[in-house]
Design a protein around this ligand. Structure first.
Ligand SMILES: CC(C)(COP(=O)(O)OP(=O)(O)OC[C@H]1O[C@@H](n2cnc3c(N)ncnc32)[C@H](O)[C@@H]1OP(=O)(O)O)[C@@H](O)C(=O)NCCC(=O)NCCS
Length: 162
């Protein structure tokens, strides 16, 4: 598929049975992947959610993990399979998470992202997040600063998203 073209995907909430597939994808996406225990911890928290994106064949192509904390959404982790990038899958997963939190009373959304992760920063800016601060030397392996980003009005434009 061509870069920038939207791909048809199905988004569902992760179940414990899907953990092996999510781990396979996590290891493909990140050089320092979350462990199974970290995913299990998130599934055990009643304020934590993981949404999965599958292409029509059923292949898992992406996931997002986020917290819904009182009136704020926090995005913790987002990954898309390498050969499925630039097909708006991350955009759709993020908007699905924002919509989910908005419907449950969140007014704003925040996240931290590596300062050197240009792709992710551009993605979040394209979704209405703005840079709001920097945590120096926040990340290890490799060392990096964290850019704090906020989408102050979570609801803006969500009515147009699928
Ligand atoms: C960052 C990531 C999630 C983007 O996923 P994706 O599905 O390819 O993103 P989308 O197709 O929704 O991109 C939407 C927009 O974001 C920007 N963008 C996404 N990837 C980009 C890249 N590599 N370079 C520049 N801009 C990029 C573009 O503006 C893009 O729109 P366009 O394709 O019409 O130009 C993906 O590259 C990934 O999994 N990276 C490794 C893990 C990671 O960094 N996760 C984020 C942790 S905070």
């Amino acid at each position: 598929m061509r870069r920038g073209v939207s791909m048809k995907i199905t988004i569902t909430e992760m179940t414990p049975e899907e953990l092996p597939e999510v781990m396979e994808l996590e290891r493909e996406v990140f050089s320092w992947p979350w462990t199974e225990g970290m995913f299990r911890d998130e599934m055990d928290r009643d304020y934590s959610f993981i949404f999965l994106a599958r292409e029509p064949s059923g292949l898992l192509v992406g996931f997002i993990c986020f917290w819904m904390l009182i009136d704020e959404a926090h995005i913790l982790n987002l990954g898309i399979r390498k050969r499925y990038r630039r097909l708006k899958i991350a955009s759709k997963l993020t908007l699905a998470a924002l919509k989910f939190c908005c419907l449950r009373g969140a007014g704003a959304a925040t996240l931290e992202v590596r300062e050197k992760n240009n792709a992710a920063i551009r993605l979040y800016k394209s979704l209405g997040f703005v840079e709001a601060g920097l945590r120096r030397n926040y990340y290890e392996s490799p060392p990096d600063n964290a850019v704090i980003m906020w989408r102050y009005d979570i609801s803006s434009g969500l009515e147009k998203s699928p």
